[in-house]
Design a protein around this ligand. Structure first.
Ligand code: FNR
Length: 380
């Protein structure tokens, strides 16, 4: 009721509550390059649309008279108590959204106790983001570099800077076909904001003929050549297991057999994700892949979910379909673009408030309660 009570003295929120209006504002206010990069998707955008359509097709069947007066969104994940089943997804190069970039998003997450997943392609070195977060929960996302020394260096830096879990993104061995970026000839790594995480890395710098400052283009080419590795296979995961002693989560798993392979390789979790529809054009909607992966994972893996989450009821549906928690992608980036740290806070609070209301109004007092029987699927 806080917003309505403030409204009595004429104050209305600075940002809209409806995520599609946030997106429209970003489209208007940011340049064509950055807006296209953030909002855009692979191919015709059909995967991104399918993510939304799949979530929309599931409908919640509310239950009545179940005492929801006291509710608790908290739960345990990777041995830690979290205030809600929500974390901020790794999103690279946030300087194109707002000059305060990753530290602002990380501070907003830390203030609410929501874990922040830092992208290895961040525009701020990981140590500076860690400083901004104090001892709040943070996880590190790795695009698995071709160069072993750089991989080892990233893992050592992340460990030393207090990142407790490692998210390895598997769906980006190459950047996909993204028409909006192609039409603008826009790739943010090349447009002055760079990827400070790499450029500040001693092992990365050791591979350059000239310092980054003297030959930026060569540094960018070096980055593009090594930032990800299309040659990796399942046995390579042993390298990560050897160099990281905390939880390892594979991001971008959509097939039940890949979930089984992850468990067999000693991984701790998977993120069911199609990268927000940004990688495989025509890919299965993430929500449609979730039940199969959750069944294959059983109790061997912690299953997380992203791609298409915009509202509290989306989070409810993902939980009911078998996710333990979700990652929020574009919406917080839009919040950051429009109002810095306060904008990210607005988005986190809105999603969590709506999740709390959706649970209560559907007859559930906590996020572990919804299951497949609480949803029905609309016929097409
Ligand atoms: C991403 N995503 C991403 N994922 C990752 O593992 N490392 C990264 O650096 C990035 N960078 C990135 C940039 C931008 C602009 C977007 C929109 C997304 C994918 C991200 O973590 C997540 O999977 C999706 O954003 C989830 O989908 P929604 O919530 O955006 O629909």
């Amino acid at each position: 009721y806080e917003i309505y009570l403030n409204g009595l003295s004429g104050a209305v929120p600075r940002l809209p509550a409806d995520p599609s209006r946030l997106e429209a504002l970003v489209e208007q206010r940011l340049g064509a390059g950055p807006a296209g990069y953030m909002i855009g998707a692979a191919g015709t955008g059909s995967t991104a649309r399918a993510n939304r359509a799949a979530l929309d097709r599931w409908r919640i069947v509310p239950r009545m008279l179940r005492d929801v007066a006291e509710r608790d969104l908290s739960g345990e994940l990777f041995g830690r108590r979290l205030p809600a089943p929500l974390a901020l997804a790794p999103v690279g190069i946030l300087k194109i959204a707002h000059p305060d970039a990753e530290p602002a998003a990380a501070r907003a997450a830390a203030a609410r106790g929501v874990p922040y997943v830092l992208s290895s392609a961040s525009s701020t070195p990981m140590e500076r983001v860690a400083e901004a977060m104090g001892d709040a929960e943070r996880w590190f996302q790795l695009y698995w570099p071709k160069d072993r020394e750089v991989a080892r260096s990233f893992l050592a830096r992340a460990r030393a800077a207090g990142y407790s879990a490692l998210f390895v993104t598997l769906d980006t061995p190459l950047l996909s076909w993204r028409p909006r970026d192609l039409d603008q000839a826009y790739l943010p790594f090349l447009h002055g904001v760079g990827t400070a995480n790499y450029f500040s890395d001693p092992a990365f710098r050791a591979g350059l003929a000239k310092p980054v400052e003297e030959d930026r283009e060569a540094a960018v080419r070096h980055f593009l050549g090594m930032f990800s590795d299309a040659g990796k296979t399942w046995p390579d995961l042993a390298f990560l297991r050897e160099h990281w002693d905390g939880p390892i989560v594979l991001k971008g798993v959509l097939h039940p057999d890949d979930a089984r392979a992850a468990a067999d390789a000693g991984m701790d979790g998977v993120v069911v994700s199609n990268h927000g529809g940004r990688q495989v054009a025509g890919a299965v909607a993430a929500a449609d892949a979730l039940p199969g992966v959750a069944a294959a994972a059983g109790d061997r893996l912690t299953v997380l979910f992203d791609s298409g989450i915009r509202t509290g009821d989306d989070v409810f549906k993902a939980l009911a379909l078998g996710a333990r928690a979700v990652l929020l992608g574009r919406p917080y980036v839009y919040g950051l673009a429009l109002d810095g740290q306060a904008g990210v806070d607005h988005v986190i609070r809105s999603v969590l408030a709506e999740l709390d209301l959706t649970l209560a109004l559907s007859g559930h007092a906590d996020p572990a309660s919804p299951g497949p029987a609480d949803l029905v699927r609309e016929a097409l």
